[in-house]
Design a protein around this ligand. Sequence first.
Ligand SMILES: [Ca+2]
Ligand SMILES: [Ca+2]
Ligand SMILES: [Ca+2]
Length: 262
Amino acid sequence: MNGKTLYFAAAVGTAWLWAMNSPALTLEYQFYPTQTVPSSQTWTANFGTDDSETIIPNHYLQITDNDSGDPGYFYTRSVPVGDINSETDWQVRTQVRLTSYGSSPADRGLYSMFVGDGSNLVIWGMRLDGSGNTRVFHATSIGGENTLAASVTGNPFLEIVSTKTTGANPGSFSDDTVLLQVFDFGGNLLGSATQNLGNIGIASSTRQVLFGLSASPSFGTAQVIGATFGIGENAPLIIPEPAAAALGLFGGLLLWRRMRQR
Ligand SMILES: [Ca+2]
Ligand SMILES: [Ca+2]
Ligand SMILES: [Ca+2]
């Protein structure tokens, strides 16, 4: 065995050990390129009879909750017991906007995402405030506001990322933090809030991830381009619409030509 082979064997051994110690799993809904509903991408759809789920071609998935009595369309997948526990790092990501909203009481989220790690549920929510702003927040167990991350003028599409990081103590989740970040589509950070998992975790044995209109007193419409989850790794990036991707490629070509001409 020469030096090169030894190095390769050591690298493989390290990778295998890392995989054994840190199970990693991604779960995702991507509107592009197939433009299908989440149930066509292995998600379980939950909804009431009055609610609707529509593909708006070349744009987004549109979901509507039509009543204050039950939730609207939301989507779940279970996470195998070996892939998550309360000390697992995770990240969730979505691109979404709300186009209508109502609720009583008024602080309840409409669109939300959650991760259940077998000990805690961690939820963030999103609503309109009645004064023309979109609010994104760490949520309480009933979907109300716990800690505001951003209040954004109007209702533009936003990219929302929540990242859970295990603290220094690997035996306890009480020192773990959850960072909730809100970006515009230019990549600008519009607001963020960090909370301790001990303050926002809701005791639950559920091992599941969720996105959609999961709060019952609220109602309204959300438009969704993607929702992705990384368990033990970063959440996958959301696939842009083909026209935007082509434009990006075109821009890249122009830059390359300009650099070559220097
Ligand atoms: Ca409903
Ligand atoms: Ca910890
Ligand atoms: Ca509802």
